[in-house]
Design a protein around this ligand. Structure first.
Ligand SMILES: CC(C)(COP(=O)(O)OP(=O)(O)OC[C@H]1O[C@@H](n2cnc3c(N)ncnc32)[C@H](O)[C@@H]1OP(=O)(O)O)[C@@H](O)C(=O)NCCC(=O)NCCS
Length: 156
């Protein structure tokens, strides 16, 4: 079934918080305060993927064109490997590019094999290893991608 993507609404907050807690280990997942802070930023965009009337995933980004940061991408376990993460990322990258973003970066735990494979699949490359980035002991990768420039569409 094709997912429905829509902007975040404040009534989604509890579901997004629970999903983030389920997606990441304690200490890497966001506290309510931190998640609420990111969601409240004027420079942030959050897109939610609905599947069968349930929130199946979300992506949260922050931008300062030409730079943007993917804060998190969370897909509920039972909806993984169905293209939902890809759909959210594509829509997010499209929106960012339209607003003048060219460089997108994110951090992911070096031992997050699914995450690293997903980002590489979408053209993100490892730019640096951030030693002891999480919990003072887990390494992270900083991964980056350059979005294609938005060309001017030729008109007849
Ligand atoms: C990483 C994550 C977002 C991927 O979401 P998803 O909806 O399952 O991804 P997609 O179905 O769009 O996968 C696209 C491609 O990414 C790669 N990929 C995704 N999950 C993978 C896995 N577990 N192992 C290997 N490759 C994987 C594959 O190339 C896949 O294409 P394929 O299914 O045709 O082989 C999801 O596993 C998740 O939410 N994990 C927990 C949170 C997290 O780690 N987020 C990312 C770090 S911020």
């Amino acid at each position: 079934m094709t997912p429905v993507l829509r902007p975040y609404h404040p009534r989604d907050f509890s579901a997004l918080y629970r999903l983030d807690q389920a997606c990441f280990p304690a200490g890497i997942s966001y506290s309510k305060t931190t998640l609420r802070y990111f969601l409240s930023l004027r420079s942030a965009e959050c897109l939610v993927a609905m599947q069968d009337a349930h929130i199946a995933g979300f992506i949260l980004t922050e931008e300062n064109p030409p730079l943007a940061h993917i804060i998190t991408l969370d897909i509920a376990e039972k909806f993984r490997r169905q293209g939902l993460g890809s759909a959210l990322l594509s829509e997010s990258e499209r929106n960012l590019a339209l607003r003048g973003v060219r460089h997108v970066l994110l951090e992911t735990a070096a031992d997050n094999e699914a995450g690293v494979a997903f980002w590489k699949h979408h053209g993100y490359g490892i730019a640096a290893t951030l030693k002891r980035y999480y919990l003072g002991r887990l390494d992270a990768y900083e991964m980056r991608k350059i979005l294609p420039a938005q060309g001017v569409t030729a008109s007849t």
